[in-house]
Design a protein. Structure first.
Length: 286
């Protein structure tokens, strides 16, 4: 059975959650009627919520455009969490919209969803998917695109397009880079959902929690990340994305250069000095 949370190798100790919801600021991009909500708190964490449960949080073109705007608006955050309302994280593309669109409109939809996924994957702000429920097709793609993904024990993930004659080709791009090849092809060819535990073992998510603990644990993890040096984290993400696309030799060389650059940063110098002086570092607030 799932404990408070775990990696694949063992259980994690449950820490007291940070009660940060009291400090939310709702940004002007969002209203209570919005299909996408963007909220921030004073710790520098932004929460982007898919808020259209009656439509299973489908990624219509309008929602995709709203997500792009919100992520751009949150580029000064220290951490960005993507979550949802309802029991479906996202069912993927709006199939009625695809069916009623001509080829030019369909091309626009897939081009813009690719823009969204690349924007997330290349974002210098750490992006965490917090999933409580079902994530299918482009919804599963959204989870795979994030830097980290956390889910509840009852969550499931699927790429079921093959069942309706529409292979999940665009979701396969992010999925195949998040899980091993055999699991990706299994999901794409059968369309069957996988469990949270299978997603953890396959690398689609990194932690599982009980549903009642998911929000507090997501907050705790986001606060841990937000407490780090933002310039250092952004530099690290940028190097990670570059090196993973490179040969072993190129990755080693560019990462060595990044380490030197890191040491030249103000926070790099402060962190090293704080360690040697046995004190807490005083990070740059930018």
């Amino acid at each position: 059975s799932t404990q408070s949370g775990h990696y694949g190798r063992g259980q994690m100790k449950l820490l007291k959650p940070n009660l940060i919801y009291n400090t939310f600021i709702v940004r002007q991009l969002s209203t209570q009627q919005s299909k996408v909500l963007l909220e921030s708190n004073h710790n520098g964490i932004s929460y982007l919520t898919l808020n259209n449960p009656s439509k299973r949080n489908a990624l219509s073109l309008g929602v995709i455009e709203d997500l792009i705007k919100c992520i751009h608006s949150a580029n000064d955050s220290r951490c960005l969490v993507i979550k949802s309302t309802g029991n479906v994280f996202s069912s993927g593309h709006d199939l009625k919209e695809l069916h009623s669109s001509d080829a030019n409109q369909q091309e626009t939809i897939f081009r813009r969803v690719n823009d969204l996924m690349l924007m997330i994957a290349r974002n210098k702000v750490p992006v965490i998917a917090s999933v409580d429920g079902l994530a299918t097709a482009a919804g599963c793609q959204l989870v795979a695109a994030c830097h980290m993904a956390i889910c509840s024990e009852n969550s499931r993930f699927a790429t079921p397009g093959v069942n309706i004659g529409l292979f999940c080709s665009t979701p396969s791009v992010q999925l195949s880079r998040a899980v091993n090849k055999k699991l990706a092809m299994d999901m794409l060819l059968t369309g069957e959902p996988i469990s949270a535990e299978a997603a953890l073992q396959g690398g689609l998510v990194s932690r599982i929690y009980k549903s009642k603990d998911l929000n507090s644990e997501t907050d705790r993890i986001a606060n841990i990340i937000a407490s780090k040096s933002s310039p250092v984290v952004r530099l690290g993400i940028q190097n990670f994305n570059r090196q993973i696309r490179s040969s072993l030799e190129e990755a080693a060389a560019m990462s060595a250069s990044t380490m030197v650059h890191n040491l030249e940063l103000g926070d790099g110098k402060e962190g090293l000095a704080a360690f040697l002086e046995k004190r807490h570092p005083n990070w740059n607030k930018d």
